[in-house]
Design a protein. Sequence first.
Length: 214
Amino acid sequence: MRNDNQEFIDGLLNDLRPTRPLTLQRGLMIASGSAALAISVMALFIGIQPALITGSLDPLFLLASGLFLMLGIAASVTVIGMSRPHVGTTHSGWIWAVAMAALLPLTAVVLGFAKEGNEFFQSQPAQGMNCVINGSMLGLIVGGALTMWLRRGAPTSSHQAGLLTGIAAGSLGIFAYSLHCPYDDIFHIGLWHSMAVVVSAIAGRIVVPTLIRW
């Protein structure tokens, strides 16, 4: 005779549905696709700076944009890996990318003390706030995609996952907006573009863990 336990197990089995595995390749496609969407939205609704079209780019712009792009990629790859925890795995590679990107605000601070001038006003505060807001808003596209990916997985450290989601979102968001921003001096980039990453990181640390609990 069938007992209650057998009926309960049968009921659970009947509700099972096949799911697609979470692979690194699919995660990278989602992350790169969301970053490409952020760039497309920026180009369509805001526009690309003329220097990018003509190819007359400042070396500092290329360096700073490259650092933010690398930081966004490193954080995204870590988030994707955190959705599929394994015994013995560590997620520390992103720290080196943060250290490299931190050279931008550090350089701005050091030069500011060395020159003893009005570097804050030289950084274009009004445009700087636009960079923070628009970079963070564009980052929501990436952050939303990575959060949905985490919800399908099983991250064991929701707070770290949230922090890294915010870093990835802010880095790729400000990378997208930097293709429009006409200011390429170290004070503007070091202060305001870095602030977009910090704001997104804080938001991710607070909001994302509440959305990926399992």
